[in-house]
Design a protein around this ligand. Sequence first.
Ligand code: H53
Length: 801
Amino acid sequence: MNMVSRNTMTTDEFRAAILRHLKYELGKDASHASVEDWRMALSFAVRDQIVDSWFAATRKTYEAGAKRVYYLSMEFLIGRLLEDGIVNLRLVDQARDALAALGQDFDTVLEDEPDAALGNGGLGRLAACFLESLSTLGCPAYGYGIRYEHGLFRQSFVDGRQMEAPETWLLKRHAWEFERPESRYRIGFGGEVSTKGGKVVWTPADSVDAEAYDTPVIGWQGRWANTLRLWSARASDTPFDLDSFNRGDFAGAAEPEALARTISRVLYPDDTTDQGKELRLKQEYFLTGAALQDIMRRFDSEHDDLGKLPSKVAIQMNDTHPAIAGPELVRILHDERGLPFDEAMNMAQACLSYTNHTLLPEALESWHEGLFGKLLPRHLQIVDRIDDAHAKAHPSRTVSARSDNHVKMGELSFIMAHKVNGVSALHTDLMKTTVFSEFHRLHPDRIINQTNGVTPRRWLLSCNPRLSGLITDTIGETWADHLEELKGLEPHVSDPAWLEKYAAAKRANKVDLANWMSSTADINVDPDMMFDVQIKRLHEYKRQHLNILEAIALWQEIKANPSADWTPRLKIFAGKAAPGYFFAKDIIRLINDVAKVLNADVETRDMLQVAFLPNYNVTLAERLIPAADLSEQISTAGKEASGTGNMKFALNGALTVGTLDGANVEIREHVGAENFFLFGMTADKVEARRAIKDHAAQAIAADPRLAAALKAIHDGVFSPDEPARYHNITENLSGPDYFLVSSDFTDYYRAQREVDTAFKDQQHWMTMAALNTARSGWFSSDRTITDYMAQIWDAKSLRDS
Ligand code: H53
């Protein structure tokens, strides 16, 4: 493989390390070892290399007395770690060769690792990319999260319907974490607040303990490693009730531990909606309370002067989920450390910053004060004082962190943060003019933009070895952590011989995917079809239903005129719907039903097929993105805060068909409008369109294709056994259609035909694809993190010190 230069460890040394771990760690003889044993032995051999960097980084941070960044997130969607470690340590060749010498296949061994799906979607994957970039850049940092026993549910389809099964990533052995029983903190809930000797004292009624598990996160070339510290819930006192046991009540005896563990049992499978459950609030305080105790303990171990806290500690709240960090830090500084309230508040604010990831009203967390006060009585008092102080300082304000008997976590985070950032230029502008307009008027310097990014190590180097090999051959190997260097590809794009190699890499990736789909999903396609991919959570605003409507309209058109010069296309979907989001689940079923009909149609199936791949996760994304020709980024303008899949596709040479939403706007600016298929309403037109009473009906009346596609669904063409199955969808799209699917259809269909025409000229298509790669360097999460370090955290790199 044409990978960037090798680590100095030899294949023989590596082979010996694998065998040593197999024997002494796993107690297995090579002749009896299973794939899982080999995977564990390989992981331990790689981990050995990581641990040295990890210790060195910790030592350097202590020696320098450096500021640390603490990234608090309810989600870290890290996926598999073995290949990531091997690639970052540049041990790919040695690992492959060592395993081969031991009679094992590298890819099979990598495939054995379960995906750590400790997140729902974009927000969680962003946190994982950020951790990797923090390590690559050598910025001292911790990620704090929850060690969910069950990550995001496993999805399968029965008769096209989504089924959910618990995810069990910990059932297989996990090589990457170190249990830290000594790092254990008590987290209280409920109880009383009283005053003793002039001091406020919170006496919780219940508690659980948070126990730490550490996973090292290795950066590029192994030059730095940070820690992902995940908390697991344990019973505070006796984990086991011996009296009950002795009475024969075995279930009752185990109850304290079982109850406590509930807190870290499952990841909420909701993306962008506020679950509003008591357990969710408990999880949020569990994470935040444990993280803050840990942060203060580490600070105290190095510094005597509390005044130094803001110069040593930067705490990032990833969305409002850890927003309780504001009142909790004030509580620690005021109640426990004795700072005057205002000083505590100012100091907390100097440490804290907040990333907003959505403007969807249903996703902005707010807790009823009854529940909040029941679980966190002292925090409720502190929230009130914070809010009063803010009101006093800004008498003209009309928005508050406390209204309608609720605690508004967005407003609270805003008040308690010294910087608040959006995740794309458009999203940040909309924050200023919509949800946070009043706070922006009061604090005009607080909101800043930090457009998201993705780590090029995972999302190009590792997932697309063919393209990365060509890039390295063309511009040398330093692009992997200087992604702007991809610009150096531009002069080669006009060289037909080079472009042919670029096209060959894409084609080989498509052949791999086609083979994989045929062997795992029984989907047989010609790799020369256009691979048109929409992979993301199912949500009405992401408009998978717009995509499938277009497929139906195209199918009808092909049937009416089968001998025309159609561009063969495979539409690939993947993504999960929140289990309680029935409309989104109906969309999944509709796509599966449409796929059944279209793929069985001998007249059209060489021109158009549809596949919905089950159980979308990080690993599936790594497989699909390098093989994609077209990337579907078709959300209603103003609704997708940024998107990060859109960046991964562009980087890997897929062209985007998209709206001017989220980071699509910036992608189009970077890759060039002529290399991007734009359609749809802009964010500033959306409101006006919605205000037209019959907007959907008007759109349908004006476009016979749309009318016919909707009619086919309505008449049961795709659900002959139950014709009314999708009336909910057709009625929505002809009536309220909040997400303007019908209104955007005509322009989407037009853009897709433009895509068809462009795809016929493969030379030109590949030129556009290669320009997408060459011009996507700005979307590296190294750029994003460098800007966070300078503009939010005031943190320095120690990597080269
Ligand atoms: O966060 C991504 C964005 C994306 C946005 C997503 C997100 C979640 O995954 C979950 C909750 C939430 O409020 C937002 O939808 O647009 O790219 C990372 O910023």
